[in-house]
Design a protein around this ligand. Structure first.
Ligand SMILES: [Zn+2]
Length: 369
């Protein structure tokens, strides 16, 4: 059995559902692993129990960070095996976190151990990150470490995208969250003609936005922009005409768009004076400009695995976005299938664990060459 399988089975055994996280369980295990393999490390935590650990291999600049997260999404229902027991079946390992992100984490630990053996050959430092809180936005994990300057990597690889090593995430859509509200006029429910129904205004607006495609220029890396109507609230009682109704929109947009234009465009589509749009969150699209890291990874993967992964843009946002916004070149690249993330009976192919741990070692060597 490949050592990553054993590591993964151990990691699945630690319950690190977020919430509450409890990443310290995995971090304590990694501490022992690092000590046993004589890898230097530091533990950082913003909140007790929500630990992060960084292993240091090699020395000096540049510093390459490869980090996985120790937390998982909650188990949910629909499991055929115990989600906290790594089960080997059909050449795969099953369990919560197998594909997101403990499988990749097992590969990272294995790579760290192997690279430690010849660390003097590295020209720079390999930062081995096992981090907290990714599933809830990384405020206690990567974002904390970067903002508090606990780590200052020159570039980073985040093995957390699925895609079976065939794609490299180099760009991510912008995330715009809007609150759409409708104002009406309250009245007694027995006399609706005296009022003005905010829910009716809002639902007409929603109807117009459903399936609407925002104006945009086609982008070589991205699919089209999207609008999701995620929540809706309105009304206090059946016998009252509602004076207020609110929904929330999640818009994923492209570099050719900008948020004030998007808001104007949506107001024109809705075409109703009773509707108001308010910006709640706006995180711009990001795209890696410096392609050195990508070119190197493509070369290494081609040599080791025989195929060339292709750069892609993601619909969703990952921690790479946070790093890119700080000016740190960061990409997403990993084993595992996207369809296995956040689902019951989560699993990963053992073959992919083997391939990824092998190629990761070579990538680190080539980048820190
Ligand atoms: Zn993940």
């Amino acid at each position: 059995m490949h050592e990553t399988v054993k590591l993964l089975k151990d990691l699945i055994g630690f319950k690190t559902e977020n919430p509450p996280g409890d990443e310290y369980k995995v971090i304590n295990y990694v501490k022992k692993f690092f000590s046993k393999n004589k890898i230097k490390f530091k533990v950082y935590s913003k909140v007790k129990g929500r630990n992060n650990i960084i292993g240091y291999i090699g020395q000096g600049k540049p510093e390459l960070l490869v980090s996985c997260h120790a937390d998982t999404v909650p188990v949910g229902t629909g499991w055929k095996t115990n989600p906290f027991k790594g089960v080997v079946k059909n050449s795969r390992v099953y369990g919560r976190g197998a594909c997101d992100n403990k499988g990749q984490l097992a590969c990272l630990l294995y790579a760290a151990k192997e690279l430690k053996k010849n660390e003097s050959e590295l020209n720079g430092t390999f930062l081995v990150g096992i981090l907290a809180d990714e599933e809830k936005g990384s405020q206690l994990g990567l974002k904390y470490l970067i903002n508090a300057k606990k780590i200052k990597p020159n570039f980073a690889i985040l093995p957390d995208i699925g895609e079976s090593m065939k794609s490299i995430d180099i760009a991510e859509k912008g995330i715009l969250r809007l609150q759409m509200s409708a104002k009406g006029k309250a009245a007694h429910g027995s006399r609706p003609q005296d009022g003005e129904n905010a829910i009716v205004h809002l639902s007409q607006a929603i109807g117009k936005l459903e399936g609407y495609l925002l104006k945009h220029k086609k982008h070589r890396l991205f699919s089209k922009p999207t609008i999701n109507i995620g929540t809706v609230q309105g009304g206090d009682a059946p016998n009252m005409v509602p004076s207020l109704a609110i929904c929330e929109l999640d818009i994923r947009y492209l570099p050719s768009q900008n948020t004030s234009k998007i808001i104007k465009e949506l107001l024109a589509v809705v075409n109703n004076k009773k509707i108001n749009l308010k910006k709640v969150i706006d995180i711009p699209p990001t795209e890696l400009k410096d392609m050195n890291l990508v070119n190197q990874i493509q070369k290494t993967v081609k040599r080791v695995l025989g195929f060339k992964p292709k750069p892609i843009g993601l619909d969703g946002g990952t921690d790479a976005k946070a790093l890119l916004m700080k000016g740190i070149p960061a990409i997403g690249y990993s084993c595992g299938e996207h369809s296995q993330m956040h689902v019951p009976n989560e699993s990963i192919k053992i073959k992919e664990l083997e391939q990824f741990s092998k190629v990761l070692i070579e990538i680190v060597k080539d980048v820190l060459n």
